[in-house]
Design a protein around this ligand. Structure first.
Ligand code: ADP
Ligand code: MG
Length: 400
């Protein structure tokens, strides 16, 4: 049934105070098809009505159906500035795993390309042969945080320019970056360089960085979009960052989410006295770090740990609580539990003692148990938003 409240309890009472759901971090769990995304859409619909600001990271494109939202789709009307990524993140996003030497050379190549782009203003590799070390260091020193951008599509070519050495006889000049190519090492690393070249030609790379912009198509940088949205209140309070073009590239999605969240948190920490923002991550298992050691450096974890003091709350949707590392799981004070059948999944939650497994395993689609801080648990029926049926009719028309 479509209603103007988020849900009704089994006792027939509407769940009105939706702000209490997002006053703490909210974890939404349940098997595939149990209604998690639909419940979240219904919650977002209600938050929108109260002008609550939400930023949605959408891995599958399901959230663009939300009316009154602003959608930026990576690979269509949005791109990432490569310079926003550290060399390490760049390697992760493109799944490049080179030798320590090659990794060093790659970060030096990024620096050289930043000089080309921001100081020399030529979109060509930086040829290091014959350049005095002192000159190069002066250029490096001139680069600031404002001149991070570079042309990532030239990384493979630039990499070759990094392998330069002095002459090995009396002509050697150690005040220069190099006098000749180190052909032996280049040959030794050739396979790895070829892999990098291949990654630079991949779909994921084009979606992420928009290396060759097309005339007439205007794209906006994602970090910029988020920053604007955080700083300026507008009447459209729901921002959808659609990452569905990276569906096949989970590694890239993970790096992008982590990066965007870290920057979002940093922006908030700089200007803390602002309106509250709810951050939604669906299919979160895709984005989570693989092991606990990577947690501290992960943007999701950082927002969960530090976000609330600057008005950021997270709504994280995933199939099982076991998808989350324990340290992350413990950050959620609010829970929305859909159909689950395994005792292990429930016992991993902090409120395990208070949950009735039998009840959770009997929930049908759209039913859930809501557990909020300082409130008794409630079994609820989630209402479909008012626009739901129209929207579905429209989708069907589009398919015909
Ligand atoms: N509250 C609800 N009322 C009616 N139908 C629902 C409700 N929640 C989900 N559904 C139906 O179940 C389907 C699967 O729901 P979905 O939210 O995509 O599940 P999940 O995200 O958990 O995989 C939806 O397409 C919708 O048709
Ligand atoms: Mg879903």
């Amino acid at each position: 049934m479509t209603q103007t409240t988020f849900a009704i309890t089994i006792a027939g009472k509407p769940v009105k105070d939706i702000h209490s759901l997002v006053a703490h971090h909210l974890l939404v769990v349940g098997q595939t098809g149990s209604g998690k995304t639909t419940s979240t859409l219904s919650l977002l619909d209600q938050l929108q009505r109260t002008n609550y600001t939400t930023i949605i990271f959408d891995p599958t494109g399901e959230y663009s159906k939300l009316p009154n939202s602003v959608t930026y789709k990576l690979g269509e009307n949005a791109y990432l500035e490569a310079g926003q990524l550290s060399a390490h993140q760049l390697r992760e996003a493109l799944q490049i795993s080179g030798s320590p030497l090659l990794n060093d050379k790659l970060s030096q190549a990024v620096d050289a390309l930043r000089i080309q782009q921001n100081l020399v203003r030529i979109r060509k590799p930086y040829v290091k042969i014959g350049v005095p070390i002192a000159d190069y260091q002066k250029q490096l020193a001139k680069l600031s945080n404002w001149s991070r951008s570079f042309a990532p599509q030239q990384l493979a070519e630039q990499l070759i320019e990094e392998f330069v050495i002095p002459y090995s006889d009396e002509r050697a000049n150690y005040a220069l970056l190099g006098q000749q190519y180190d052909r032996q090492t280049i040959n030794h690393e050739w396979n790895a360089i070829a892999t990098i070249r291949q990654r630079l030609a991949s779909d994921a790379f084009r979606v992420l960085f928009d290396p060759e912009p097309h005339p007439g198509i205007f794209k906006t940088e994602l970090n910029f979009v988020i920053k604007m949205f955080l700083e300026h209140r507008s009447s459209h309070r729901t921002l959808v960052i659609d990452l569905s073009k990276l569906k096949q590239y989970e590694e890239s999605q993970r790096v992008v989410i982590s990066l965007l969240l870290k920057n979002l948190l940093a922006a908030r920490l700089q200007k803390p006295n602002s309106f509250p923002v709810n951050i939604v991550l669906d299919e979160a298992h895709r984005y989570l770090p693989r092991d606990e050691h990577q947690l501290a450096d992960n943007g999701i974890f950082q927002v969960l740990r530090e976000g609330r003091k600057v008005g950021l709350s997270m709504t994280l949707i995933t199939q099982s609580p076991l998808d989350l590392p324990a340290r992350l799981r413990s950050q959620f004070a609010n829970l929305l539990l859909h159909h689950l059948t395994s005792p292990e999944e429930l016992s991993s939650l902090a409120i395990a003692d208070e949950i009735d497994l039998h009840e959770i395993s009997q929930l049908s689609t759209g039913e859930a148990v809501l557990s909020l801080v300082n409130e008794p648990q409630r079994k609820i029926n989630v209402n479909l938003p008012k626009w739901w049926e129209n929207n579905h009719d429209r989708n069907e028309e589009n398919e015909n």
